[in-house]
Ligand binder design. Structure first.
Ligand code: SF4
Length: 212
């Protein structure tokens, strides 16, 4: 593994350990299993996650066709490009942060915006809990406070902020610098170039056609 990915791999090990603990705690409420792909829609990831996937599956930039365009049939579905015919993940060992948390109760801050659409930082942030509808079906309103506590939910804001810092470190490395350059040059297609420029993220679909 390249040194540029070591902080990310250590981070993923921590995430996996926490998710395994939460899966054990919530095992009676989870219906997640291999072949269930309800959470596997087309998502975007940070560059360090995209690079880790490409390195993990053994792909390289030389595999990318010269025209750098994503084939139409890969763009016409909302399903993740890495799902196989049985609904399993083809890149499971290298899947990004969000995929490792699929099915678990996740806490996100409720974002607030001013009239110009600029994100505001509230004095006291409000939080919102998300989980897959297929899970926690027997949990009643009265049970909620017992099932979902600060110890049994995943605060995604904390993990996402750490991932952003790791991504910044990656960007400063030689690997990161040439990877960002390749995307900005359009070598992963126009949608990847545009989304990286606008949101700092890369659609998984733009990696799928490189690898598959
Ligand atoms: S990368 Fe794998 S786990 Fe993540 S959305 Fe795609 S198929 Fe699902």
């Amino acid at each position: 593994m390249p040194a540029s990915l070591l902080p990310y791999r250590r981070f993923i090990q921590e995430v996996d350990a926490l998710c395994a603990r939460l899966e054990t705690l919530h095992r009676t409420h989870l219906s997640c299993r291999k072949g269930c792909s309800a959470c596997c829609t087309d998502i975007s990831v940070l560059a360090v996650e995209a690079f880790s996937i490409l390195r993990g599956v053994g792909s390289s930039l030389v595999d990318i066709p010269e025209d750098g365009e994503v084939p139409e049939d890969r763009l016409n579905s909302n399903a993740c490009v890495f799902l196989d015919q049985e609904g399993a993940c083809k890149i499971y060992p290298y899947r990004p942060l969000i995929c490792r948390t699929h099915g678990l109760p996740l806490l996100y801050p409720i974002l607030e915006y001013d009239e110009g659409g600029k994100e505001q930082v509230p004095e006291e942030p409000q939080w919102q809990l998300f989980y897959c509808d297929l899970n926690f079906q027997g949990v009643t309103d009265e049970d909620m406070e017992k099932v979902f506590t600060p110890e049994t939910v995943l605060n995604m804001e904390e993990w996402n902020q750490r991932l952003v810092l790791i991504n910044e470190g990656f960007r400063g490395s030689a690997d990161g610098s040439s990877f960002f350059k390749a995307i900005y040059q359009g070598r992963f297609g126009e949608s990847a170039r545009k989304e990286l420029f606008q949101t700092g993220r890369i659609p998984l679909s733009s990696l799928g056609w490189v690898i598959l």
